[in-house]
Write a protein that binds this ligand. Structure first.
Ligand SMILES: Cc1ncc(COP(=O)(O)O)c(C=O)c1O
Ligand SMILES: Nc1c(O)cccc1C(=O)C[C@H](N)C(=O)O
Length: 391
């Protein structure tokens, strides 16, 4: 438990770190230092003297430790949506004779939109979307790329990355794994699973802050041959040669595109200082203890809401979701009573279980408030019915 390392809103049990992690205590000072001592005093020299230019790969290695990636195989930058597009495009270019990108209906919409837009731009490629449990059976000789989010953002259902990667490879396909709900949530072994490409964001479990950059993983066996597709100058072998023609950088650095967000990365760096001290297997064990406790308490007190996350803790990520017809209003009532989760249409109440800053006591308080909101029908108040832009 490292609760003292975070600034958490007063009087709230924060169960939304799977959407936006809280502020790490050192982050504001780190951003301040970057602004005042680096940007302020060094100005343009900060790129060299403060090491800004090398930050995407340096931070990539620190994230890499959390996701079982080889050193030098992860670069940080852009948004996750952009990384999805880039990696799916790169993988498609490695299987030009195949025309299908396979994904599932539980994938995050942005991933599906990105792949669909790419398929449309290419003209002869098709995005095929099946139910999550149908994926293994649909992998076949027409599939170029298996594009999956390991942990379903709504239900928390976790795919078997190693098994599906093996199945994809046996069929001659490549894999792109979205780790948005995995990185910092559970142990990930990209190298061990033989994954080809992976990406994720840093503002959820990793606590890098709103707008924190995405990351991209390229397996070392592909790193010197994969086409980056988004051929930005900072993925060039010699950006400051300013050559008119593109030559990709060696290794995974070629997935860099343009100027990295230095101030956001300063906040992320402070968040990763905390992660450097974390044993992800121990974190996972705590996540399971807390999730099981939460499920048991909520289910025993609230017969009206149904667990939609897998009951087997090994089959889910680090979130617990319940289905309730009036889920939006119920979540608003919970927030008003100090328990912050979120709602995902059409009827899912979602709770992130983040052991870095949640204790058994927090879980018990949250379950108690949920029981009160449900048994006293506190959600049944017109004040909770109006939807905001961001849910
Ligand atoms: C699984 C998944 N993929 C992609 C995204 C989109 O990420 P971004 O908004 O950083 O591009 C999100 C969250 O927003 C997500 O949960
Ligand atoms: N990135 C977000 C944002 O800019 C605003 C609100 C929410 C988000 C999210 O990350 C949502 C998240 N991907 C989800 O799992 O629902």
């Amino acid at each position: 438990m490292m609760k003292e390392r975070f600034i958490l809103p007063d009087g709230l049990v924060y169960l939304d770190g799977n959407s936006l992690g809280p502020l790490p205590r050192g982050a504001a000072a780190r951003v301040g230092t970057t602004m005042e001592l680096e940007w302020g005093r060094l100005a343009i020299a900060g790129w060299n003297r403060a090491g800004w230019i090398g930050q995407p790969m340096a931070l990539g290695d620190r994230i890499g430790r959390l996701i079982g990636a080889e050193p030098g195989s992860v670069s940080v930058g852009d948004t996750l949506s952009v990384k999805v597009f880039q990696l799916v495009a790169a993988a498609l270019a490695m299987r030009p004779e195949r025309k299908v990108v396979l994904s599932d209906s539980g994938n995050f919409p942005s991933d599906l939109y990105m792949a669909d837009g790419l398929a449309e731009a290419l003209g002869d490629v098709q995005l095929v979307v099946v139910e999550p449990e149908e994926i293994a059976g649909r992998i076949g000789p027409d599939v170029a790329v298996l594009m999956l989010t390991e942990v379903d953002y709504r239900t928390g259902r976790k795919h078997d990355m190693a098994a599906l990667t093996r199945a994809a490879h046996e069929a001659g396909a490549l894999t792109v794994w979205d780790l948005a709900h995995s990185a910092g949530a559970l142990p990930v072994e990209l190298a061990g699973a033989g994954a080809d490409f992976a990406c994720g964001c840093t503002y959820k479990y990793l606590n890098g802050g709103p707008g924190a950059p995405g990351f991209a993983y390229v397996a070392p066996r592909h790193a010197d041959t994969a086409r980056t597709i988004l051929q930005g100058w900072l993925g060039h072998a010699e950006p400051f040669a300013f050559e008119p023609g593109y030559r990709p950088a060696a290794g995974a650095e070629r997935m860099r595109v343009g100027t990295p967000p230095i101030l956001q990365m300063a906040a992320l760096e402070a968040a990763l200082d905390i992660w450097d001290e974390v044993d992800v297997s121990e974190l996972r064990a705590r996540s399971i203890v807390l999730s099981e406790r939460f499920i048991a308490a909520v289910e025993s007190a609230c017969p009206d809401i149904a667990l939609v996350s897998p009951r087997d803790p090994e089959a889910r990520g680090s979130q617990v979701s319940f289905r309730f017809e009036h889920g939006y209003a119920a979540m608003q009532a919970l927030i008003a009573h100090g328990v912050v989760g979120d709602f995902r249409a059409p009827d899912i109440m979602r709770f992130g279980i983040t052991p870095l800053y949640l204790s058994e006591e927090d879980i018990d308080v949250a379950a108690g408030v949920i029981a009160k909101v449900m048994t006293e029908r506190l959600w049944d108040d017109p004040a909770y019915a109006t939807r905001s832009a961001v849910t």
